[in-house]
Structure formats: structure tokens, C-alpha cells
Design a protein around this ligand. Structure first.
Ligand SMILES: Cc1cc2nc3c(=O)[nH]c(=O)nc-3n(C[C@H](O)[C@H](O)[C@H](O)COP(=O)(O)O)c2cc1C
Length: 178
């Protein structure tokens, strides 16, 4: 299985991107192929239906998600919602990229939890005909600390992320069999 990860942070050390990178590491440890698009490092133009041409960054986004068997979306909690850069990226995508694929949503929040962005992301996934994973990942407050090795600062957070990624991969494989 191939997994596509979209990291929706928009700064160098975005904790939602560090979370996405750690999810990538866990997926690779389970011997699955994974491609992560960091929307801060690979910025996209603003989506406009008037704009017919497809620049390389948009082509890469569309082909990566289309070629994946399952998708992970990671966002900072911004005003109780997802980031603008992630929403803009999702506007370039449609049914042909998500149809029949399991999607895991993840968030990082300044407060203790960031579930408002997660429920809003799941609404978007449903409209894209993706299949929402019933388990999601929210880190907040002190849980946003990552070591220089890219690992979460506590064993508890590490174990919680690993458990959710394992659940997601097992369910994604079952969904793909159908
Ligand atoms: C524009 C903006 C809005 C934010 N809104 C919220 C919010 O509604 N709830 C919250 O817990 N944190 C909020 N935060 C804090 C971020 O969730 C926090 O910086 C977190 O680390 C995620 O961002 P990062 O991925 O860039 O690290 C906000 C930050 C910014 C810049």
C-alpha cells in the first residue's frame, strides 16, 4: 500500500508538520510506501476555477493523492478549523483522488485538544467521497514537544500515535481489498 500525507502547517517548525513526519516514520517502519507533501515547503497557488493551467506543484499534489491507497491529512488548529493552506490544497482535489480511500485526520493545537479542525476536515473528506477513519490524532499544549530526533517528547504520546497509525493501516488494507 502507498500512503500520501499532506502536512498543512505553514511554518518551518510547525508542530502539525512534525506530527505528520512522525506518522510518516511509523508508516515506513511498518514497511509501507509513503510520500509526504509539506505545504510550507511546496507551496501551491490559490485555487481558482478560472485558472486552467496546472503548475508542477499542483500536478505533484494531484498525482500523489491519486496514486495513494490511503491518505493522512495533518493540520494546525486555526480558529477552531483547519489551516488555509490545507483547505486550498483540498480545493485542487476531487472524487477521483479520494473515492474509496481511508483518510486519517490529525491536528496540533495550542489548547489541550484540536477536535474542531478534525470534525471539519472529516466533513470535507466525506464530500470528497473519502472514508473517514473512526480514530484520529489530536495533540495539544505540552504534547506538541518533539525531540531533535523528530520523536514526540513522551512515551504516552508516541504510543498513542503508533496505536492509531496501526489501526489506520489495518483498516486501510481491508478497505482496499474491497
Ligand atoms: C491564526 C491562528 C489561529 C489559531 N487558533 C487556535 C485555536 O482556535 N485553538 C487552539 O487551540 N490554538 C489555536 N492556534 C494555535 C495553534 O493551534 C498552535 O500554534 C499549534 O502549534 C499549531 O500550529 P503549528 O502546526 O504551526 O505548530 C492558532 C494559531 C494561529 C496562528
Amino acid at each position: 500500500m502507498k500512503i500520501a500525507i499532506l502536512a498543512g502547517g505553514n511554518r518551518q517548525q510547525a508542530t502539525s508538520t512534525l506530527l505528520a513526519r512522525y506518522v510518516k516514520k511509523v508508516v515506513e517502519q511498518r514497511s509501507y510506501e509513503v510520500d509526504l507533501i509539506d505545504l510550507h515547503k511546496e507551496p501551491l497557488p490559490f485555487y481558482s476555477p478560472d485558472n486552467g493551467d496546472v503548475p508542477p506543484a499542483v500536478q505533484r499534489l494531484q498525482s500523489t493523492v491519486k496514486g495513494a491507497d490511503a491518505v493522512v491529512l495533518s493540520t494546525p488548529e486555526y480558529h477552531g478549523s483547519l489551516s488555509g493552506v490545507l483547505k486550498n490544497a483540498l480545493d485542487f482535489l476531487n472524487f477521483e483522488h479520494f473515492d474509496g480511500k481511508l483518510v486519517l485526520v490529525c491536528s496540533s493545537a495550542g489548547g489541550s485538544v484540536g477536535t474542531s479542525s478534525l470534525t471539519q476536515l472529516q466533513t470535507i473528506v466525506r464530500n470528497l467521497h473519502g472514508i473517514n477513519s473512526p480514530e484520529w490524532i489530536s495533540i495539544g499544549g505540552q504534547q506538541r514537544n518533539f525531540g531533535e530526533d523528530g520523536e514526540p517528547g513522551t512515551e504516552e504520546v508516541k504510543a498513542r500515535i503508533q496505536r492509531t497509525v496501526d489501526f489506520f493501516l489495518a483498516l486501510a488494507a481491508k478497505v482496499r481489498q474491497h
